[in-house]
Design a binder for this molecule. Sequence first.
Ligand code: XBP
Ligand code: MG
Length: 249
Amino acid sequence: MLEALIFDVDGTLAETEDLHRQAFNGAFARLGLPWHWEPDTYADLLWVMGGKERLAHYIETRFPDEADRLLARCAEIHGLKTAIYGDLVAAGRLALRPGIRRLIAEARAAGVRLAVATTTSRPNVDRLIAVNFPGGEQPFDAVAAGDEAARKKPAPDVFALALDRLGIGPARAVAFEDSAAGIRSALDAGLPVLATRSRYTDDHSLDGAFSAVSDLGEPGRPHRHIAGRTWPDGVVTLAALRDWHAGRP
Ligand code: XBP
Ligand code: MG
């Protein structure tokens, strides 16, 4: 019985990563650091999950001789970045990806619970939800984010935490992810994964996902099928997810 849907955030709920990139660049500029991450650079850095870990990796690999001094500023830089990101989300009214709002509504109407399992910092999740579900509506029954998990993706910790907060085992849920690290994390937590490729994961292997598509699709706007399970009319609906889940071995 399918009891819950567990969503990754960045690249899955919304195409957020370029706003993260702009927020990092805004923090660098505000602090007088001569760094600027172009999209190609950021795509490479995104193989390191976690903004603080990504920044530390950049410093250690690009400025090894100044690493001690610069690493001591990571928390300050990342804190400013998170503040700038929140303002960008609020101002830009970042839209949810195709099919996300529809599937969330279908799940809630059917009593299927919803959770988030993300590497991003908790304030970023709260801002994205507040902008897209105004009036204090909270569609998610459980949120597991950022440093709440002992280890970042691809470790399974954050999906395990989401399952724990839902109080269910992985056999009763499906995970939605956009990145290789996220797919690995969900699989190692025992979850089946539906992958929706995002702009910054164009070169990621989506192997391991039972279905890989461009997005969840909307009636009349079918997704592009990439691999694995196909979906009637190119739209991932709760009914079709339940059919698949009921037919699993
Ligand atoms: C994506 C990440 C995050 C964001 C930046 O998380 O790796 O680190 O890129 O957010 P997910 P922070 O795909 O699991 O949602 O700077 O707050 O880490
Ligand atoms: Mg992601």
